[in-house]
Design a protein around this ligand. Sequence first.
Ligand code: EPU
Length: 338
Amino acid sequence: MTNDIQYNISLRPYNTFAVNAYCKEFIKIDQETQLPYLFKDLFFSRNFFVIGGGSNVLFTKDYDGLIILMANKGIQHFIEGNYIYVTAKAGEIWNDLVWYCIDHDFAGLENMALIPGTVGASPVQNIGAYGTELMHVFHSCQAFDTLTGEFTTFKNSDCKFTYRDSIFKSEHKGRFIITSVTYKLGLKQKINTTYGSINNELSNRKIANPGIRDVAEVVSAIRVEKLPDPSTIGNAGSFFKNPIIDIKEFKILQEQHSSIVYFPVNDQQVKLAAGWLIETCGWKGKVDGNVAVWKNQALVITNPGSASGLEIYTTSSKIINDVYKKFGIVLEREVNIL
Ligand code: EPU
């Protein structure tokens, strides 16, 4: 097992910010059966961090420990009644899974087309986009417990999913390594075009009765237009979460800023568009040394060239300060900071 470990590896190819940090040790996991060997060799008693597509992590310094790249592959499905259960290994690229499902006519993932990252990361932060969240299609996942050395299964209700959050990010942070995920999808196509821009784009294309393929294509087109492609401009998608605040606090803010963008969550809470807050503070498209805020979406911080992780982090702190000064709201980073 120790033969598979590489030393002093640049993490630039393994994080979508393309930050050039180094790690002390690195291992690529092609089979989950490698994990018990790492356990026996006591690697989990020291510093370790698991990555998939590296699309939600910012290395602000070199990593003094083992980086575990999950690269196990395979997709299987079986049909039961009106449902299809699709199981994908953690190292599968998320968008490949989305298109596997579309090609087989399995409905449910199409609104999340082109989200960067891997299957293994999808439950960790309950990925979501354009009106759908992973928690609505997640059935269960298999994970390796780095404390006990055993494999275990988590059902949907075990994961405590909320907006961009799960137990894998909170109470069990860093403990479990997700090795595969099973999604429960529909055979009957129920199209979700609640997100306004999907409908606009469908009518631009003169598509009156869209299927899941149309939705995936439209969502992909919207993403390409709005969000920078990490293979050409380093970024990790939304850098911050959209803050959820109390409705009373919101009413006061709305009196001061009548154009504030928000989405109702329930009777007591609203979610604010962090992109609007950041843009209103003058950050959209702004260049800060080696770092830039994306011109079409202020929620995305980019590395146009040679920014270090620390520089990106520093820019994010300036944004947090400015938003706090103007609106009294503390933005929370969505990206994992290491
Ligand atoms: N807005 C602005 N200025 C901006 C950006 C947004 O005013 O610079 C306002 C606009 O009014 C816009 C609204 O905010 O209509 C919402 O913007 P958008 O549709 O781009 O969605 P978002 O809330 O900014 C979230 C997710 C994205 C996801 C989109 C679409 C979070 C943190 N981000 O962004 O997810 O693609 O919705 O569903 O929830 C990601 O997590 O990496 C990600 C890209």
